[in-house]
Design a protein around this ligand. Sequence first.
Ligand code: MN
Length: 275
Amino acid sequence: MKPMVHKHQSKKTIMVGKTILSIVLCFSFIVLLPSCKRKKLEEVVEVPLPSAEEKITIGHPDDVKADDGQFALTKLPYEYNALAPNIDILTMEVHYSKHYLTYTNNLNKLVAADANLTDLSIEDILKKLDINNTDLRNNAGGYYNHSLFWESMAPKAGGQPKDTLATIIDRDFGSFDVFKNQFTDAAEKQFGSGWAWLIVDKTGKLVVTSTPNQDNPLMPKQTISGTPILNLDVWEHAYYLDYQYKRKKYIENFFKIINWKKVSERYQEATTPKT
Ligand code: MN
């Protein structure tokens, strides 16, 4: 009998044990489930939400104003999104309202501090530049180069020039395609930051060249000097948001938005003797 009683008691103990285990499991499940939910919620809350200041807002180009000074911003002759998809809205906005504005404000400070520069045009400042004056070189260059660049582009533009300039491109390069290849090459092979240029040299001939940083062909001691009529910004800030490392694609698309009407006007101006 003793073993029987023992067996019965032991069976009862196992059953009680199972019941306790079930209750513990159920209880843990009930307690743990909401705590899991809580943890998930906390994780969601932990993700930082953008503050009002960080929200990306695209302003209007006309609302961007340089600080008072000798030089004003060249008005952007189209909206920030007007050159899309060849140049995206955010690149245009940052380029115009941040980079270009900074060069302009810096230039105005430098000009205000140097009586020799008062009332000089930007072209004259560049032509008379002391190339060792790095601050003036970078900011006067940055101001001039970008001012020219904005007007070198237009929506629904591109193609090829149709007037005198077309004849002159054929005369000096052989064909438009030869010019296009040379310009593309200059822009693509400019190592690091810089610009590609189409200029009129002192003999009246069209020449393609490139410059590093914010240098340009008006400055002294350039490899090739002349009057710029077209330029392309190949600094990464000009294309990296949209094109990343694909500079060649950016150059290719630039040809779809070149404002040849404006470039032709500049050609006429550069080759008309001043009276
Ligand atoms: Mn730029």
